[in-house]
Design a protein around this ligand. Structure first.
Ligand SMILES: [Zn+2]
Length: 390
């Protein structure tokens, strides 16, 4: 192995590691929070919702600091949640999540956003927020609430629950949440079906014109078998995360000119150096628009950052760097067809598709791909509404 190859692999290693698992930025200390926030919170705790809303609203204006505005939106969201105004609650809490920097306060916004989404029947999004919140929540009561909501919801869906959540949820019970699952059971029984192992060839259409998609199977890129014992079975897929590979120049060209050789090289790196079971993504799309089978859908992927983010999460990577370049028309066309096919096959709503940066602190999948993806998700959602209303 030449020095240059070693250097290239080393660079690739650094990139894969740094792009995969970046932790969130530490919470910004803001000593100068207005006293009024404290008063609004006290009013909330006493059940004086009107007074609390009045003070929180006055603190949500643009001249306040981001943290103050974020906490004010959090308060408004919790008031709306108390009053059963779920779409208002989701809106305020989503704003709060965006205004607050990563840390315990943002995790609280995610906790209540998760609850509001579960109550509105957006079960998968709700679970997603709660799992994101769990590890960062500071207060024990809130941690145990998140664990309780996750555990009870997964139990109702007939899905496995991580021991971490089950143990943490056994300290307390929260009867105020029980109405969530009474309605949920009726709405969501169709999603509790067993795992399918798919090749997404679509025959009928739930989403309008999902099209037929050709997948380059693993043997076309001479994949090595998966390393048994280093992979976990996939649970029911309920979300999709889109990435870019953002490779170093040494390997970037290979990705463009010979995707098959590129895939094998990445697999060697993932299984050899990283000791993973296989390549991390389930599907990859090269610049000529071909869709390549990565890790088998029988196994949970390794792409989103940690076990709870990877659970039930289909990983799709477009080969390229889309902070710098625009994805090719072929790539976008294939991505749309693949997303439509996967949504159809697994009964995933388009709003459960996200760019990697929506799940954690990363620039992946790059600004050009993220904005194309946002448009695509909107478009897919429109198509599925039109099809359903027929
Ligand atoms: Zn990514």
């Amino acid at each position: 192995m030449s020095g240059r190859t070693l250097a290239a692999i080393f660079i690739l290693a650094t990139v894969l590691i740094s792009s995969g698992c970046g932790g969130g930025a530490p919470e910004r200390k803001d000593e100068s929070l207005p006293v009024a926030l404290h008063h609004a919170q006290l009013a909330f705790d006493r059940g004086e919702l009107d007074r609390s809303k009045l003070i929180f609203s006055s603190l949500a204006s643009p001249e306040q600091s981001l943290t103050t505005r974020g906490l004010a939106r959090l308060g408004l969201g919790r008031c709306a949640l108390k009053e059963g105004q779920l779409s208002q609650a989701c809106r305020q809490l989503e704003l709060s999540r965006k205004l607050l920097s990563p840390g315990p306060n943002q995790a609280r916004a995610l906790l209540y956003l998760g609850e509001a989404q579960l109550r509105s029947g957006a079960t998968n999004s709700g679970l997603n927020q709660l799992e994101r919140a769990y590890s960062t929540l500071a207060a024990n009561d809130e941690k145990s609430r998140a664990a309780f909501l996750i555990t009870r919801t997964l139990d109702h869906l007939g899905q496995p629950v991580a021991a971490l959540y089950r143990n943490a949820s056994q300290q307390s019970s929260y009867p105020e949440y029980s109405s969530i699952w009474i309605r949920e059971v009726k709405l969501d029984t169709s999603t509790a079906r067993p795992v399918e192992t798919p090749t997404p060839v679509v025959r009928s259409t739930r989403i309008k014109n999902p099209g037929v998609i050709r997948i380059q199977k693993r043997n076309t890129w001479n994949a090595r078998p998966v390393r048994n014992g280093a992979v976990v079975p996939m649970t029911r897929p309920f979300r999709i995360t889109v990435h870019n590979t953002a490779d170093q120049p040494a390997i970037e060209l290979l990705g463009e000119q010979s995707p098959a050789r590129y895939l094998r090289r990445i697999q060697d790196y993932c299984t050899g150096t990283l000791k993973w079971g296989d390549i991390g993504y389930h599907y990859l799309i090269s610049s000529d628009g071909r869709v390549w089978e990565g890790r088998s859908m029988r196994y949970q992927g390794a792409h989103a950052g940690n076990n709870s983010l990877n659970r039930g999460n289909i990983g799709i990577a477009l080969i390229g760097n889309f902070d710098r370049n625009r994805p090719s028309t072929y790539q976008l066309k294939s991505l749309r067809t693949l997303l439509a096919a996967l949504c159809h096959l697994h009964d995933i709503a388009p709003n459960a598709i996200a760019g990697h940066q929506e799940l954690r602190d990363t620039t992946c999948p790059g600004r050009h791909l993220q904005s194309a993806l946002n448009r695509m998700i909107k478009d897919l959602a429109q198509s599925s509404i039109r099809t359903r209303s027929r």
